[in-house]
Design a protein around this ligand. Sequence first.
Ligand SMILES: [Zn+2]
Length: 280
Amino acid sequence: MVWPILVESIIFVALAWWAIRTAVFAVSGVAACALVLLAVAFGRDWVWGVLVLLYFGGAIIGTLYGAGPKASIFNRLLGRAMIDWRTVLSRLGWGCLLVVLARSSRYNTVAISAFVGVLAVALGDTEASEIGALSRTRPKRLTSGQPVAAGTPGAVSMLGLLSAVGSGWLVGFTALACYFIIGLTNRSSWTSALYWLPVGATLGSLAGVVVDSLLGGTAQGAFYCEHCQRYSEEMIHTCGLPAKQTSGWRWLTNQGVDLVSSLVGGAVTVSVVLLASLSL
Ligand SMILES: [Zn+2]
């Protein structure tokens, strides 16, 4: 079917315009989203394209929500685009690989659950940090339970966890709704295991956020910019000056952590969907 991909392209162009105009995504980030959308919508089916659009739109809304107070929490420079191609590919990269790995069968529960899990972590982790940063109570470090300043890598707030739960459920439910509609006309594409997608995606998203926070607070390279007297997630601080390494592995970046958490989230979603459908 060509028309769903046509509709998705039109929605994508509108979102791309919004993302660049509000400087939430860098042009390279929008280009990466476009590539992923084309790869999954043409390589697999249009439902995967819907989920990519859900991540894209959700990331814009989540980032813009409370943008003013968050600028100082994250030490963001207003008007400077944050989400670039590296972030997009570290969050959606496994999803593209799944298109290649699962080409043989069009409707395959394992491939579908894995993709839904990867997208659930992508949206869940984005909203956990974007909406969680606005929490009225201070986030806690997962490793020690110690309250720390909002925006600290490795810390989560209850609001952040709830955002991850809501995002995961939304991704899973959207996929379920789309496949249910397809199944009405094409019976061979439907299997009742897909009813478990919302539960699987919710748990996958939560697992992804927990792994992200654990690694983010321990193994991820952390840096300190002496010029700005601010912590930095990158070797080069946003001010352009090199920052001093304070902990973690220098080579393990935020994107590296995203790749690991996305893999874990996908695996959890597949396990939940398969186990639940086998045992019932
Ligand atoms: Zn600096």
